[in-house]
Design a protein around this ligand. Sequence first.
Ligand SMILES: [Ca+2]
Ligand SMILES: [Ca+2]
Length: 194
Amino acid sequence: MLSARRTAIIVASLSMALAGTAATAQATPKAKAGSHCTADLSTHKTRCYGSFREVIAAATGGRVTDAPATPQQAAKDKKFLAELNAPANSAAQTRTALAQNTVVGGILYEDWNYGGSSLTLTIPSACKDDGQWDWGYNNLDDWNDRVSSVIPAGNCYVALYSDIYYNGTQQQYNTSTPYVGDAMNDRASSVKLL
Ligand SMILES: [Ca+2]
Ligand SMILES: [Ca+2]
């Protein structure tokens, strides 16, 4: 039988091995390519799913379950985009949306032309046309300096900022944008929906 001390050494070696793996992953920016996650803008919690379709099903509270298989297809699919932006079609869905933040406010993509990993921003209710900003994500954390394309949704415009807490240069995107432009590409550190 292993002594407690021997077990501790094995655990320590394993942790070191895992730490080594993490360091390698960090050194390789493409390690996370293809991950599809949601970020809840009122709690700042993120959650990742096996596919873009699963992200959209979760992000809409089960309202949109037939999203195109890839974000690239989704970006060009006008029927899907209309469905994504449609208001909840029953009072029960409206309540679910409010309880679970199941309105999509926008989608951020790692690569140009809606490629690579995606981050779907969820909000409790659609943006209002009042000239004020509605929702924000003051620190993109894992998504810092990665965004290359965006799709605004939920009656929101997406404003990207080059620094956290809405500092630095700012650019606003009012429609699906396959390339955020040289000035903002791989620079966004915070985002507002307005
Ligand atoms: Ca990028
Ligand atoms: Ca930045």
